[in-house]
Design a protein around this ligand. Structure first.
Ligand code: ZN
Length: 195
């Protein structure tokens, strides 16, 4: 299937009005020796490239249960998610995943191997989820979460999960669980699915 998703699903491109080098207004055009429209500064010549963002997260496991957080922020307010968020400058994917787990759930974890890598081209994102062992039942969800808790497969609010990358990671975890083997996998979510 090659039909693109309807354009109204796509997030608005990240626009930048002014040059961060010289403060002049930017124009959108294809620079010489390029094939894509970029934000270009005609004053100082700077080209402001935009590239996909990395989202890093954790699948925290405690016995036969996994840790989920209920979102206190938009988008997907009130929906359940794995601890995850945008990577910060200067940190590794693993450090970002641990930081997000601390911020959103206040959970003590031992980070394990990378488990899923999920391309989300329509949102210009790549999501990385690490497996982790939860070391204590004590949770301390931060301001980005309404609550956090542990769920077995049958307890997971499958219809109220925040993101496809979360449901994909959870589905494959519970498919792997009987075998006790959790190899890293790569997925594409090429177009959005209505929630
Ligand atoms: Zn400039």
């Amino acid at each position: 299937m090659t039909m693109p998703a309807p354009s109204f699903y796509f997030p608005a491109p990240r626009t930048q009005k002014f040059c961060s080098q010289c403060g002049s207004s930017l124009t959108q055009r294809i620079p010489a020796d390029d094939s894509r429209i970029r934000d270009v500064c005609d004053n100082c010549g700077a080209i402001h490239y935009q590239n996909p963002r990395n989202v890093v997260g954790v699948l925290p496991v405690l016995g036969d249960k996994v840790l989920l957080c209920r979102r206190a922020i938009h988008p997907r307010y009130d929906k359940w998610t794995l601890p995850a968020g945008f990577m910060e400058l200067g940190e590794t994917t693993a450090q970002g995943a641990e930081r997000e787990t601390q911020e959103e759930a206040g959970a003590q974890i031992e980070l394990g191997p990378l488990y899923t890598v999920i391309d989300v081209p329509y949102a210009n994102q790549v999501h990385f989820f690490f497996l982790a062992k939860v070391l204590s039942t004590e949770l301390n969800p931060g301001p980005e979460s309404l609550e956090a808790g542990f769920f077995s497969k049958s307890e997971i609010p499958w219809d109220d999960l925040a993101f496809r990358t979360v449901s994909t990671t959870l589905e494959h975890y519970f498919n792997d669980q009987p075998s006790g083997r959790f190899p890293m996998r790569h997925y594409d979510i090429p177009w959005p699915v209505a929630h």
